[in-house]
Design a protein around this ligand. Sequence first.
Ligand SMILES: [Fe+2]
Ligand SMILES: [Fe+2]
Length: 151
Amino acid sequence: MNAIELLKADHDKVELLFQKVKATDEGEHKALFEQIREELEVHTHIEETVFYPRMKDEEELEDLVLEGIEEHHQVKMFLRELSALADDSEKFEPKLKVLIEDVTHHVQEEEGEMFPLIEELFNEAALDALGEELEKEKQKFKKTYSASGGK
Ligand SMILES: [Fe+2]
Ligand SMILES: [Fe+2]
């Protein structure tokens, strides 16, 4: 899978979890949030350590990458805050809703602006190689994430 396909597949997986949140009762949302959190921690990690640093070297992409990093920062702040809430907190549902809105916006910018530019700037071989690197980093990070119990 090339880098763009891999990242889009991650986006689709998270979007599916968002749809499940919208289609289910609040009682199901805590468990769904745990899955969303793991997916987003892994995805933001591989983008920040492998993908964004490579893209930031391209002049046309630098601003988009810098904005992306700030959006990740906000997303991860929400993930931490949601995890820390008491089980019966009235803040859980509204915070989850805002998280979903923020991530959806971020994904739209990546898929609508950043990725099309990248597909113009990089050839298929470069995107394939980057896809392999992303996959490797993903496997490595998943091991540490599950070993730490998501802490
Ligand atoms: Fe991102
Ligand atoms: Fe992404």
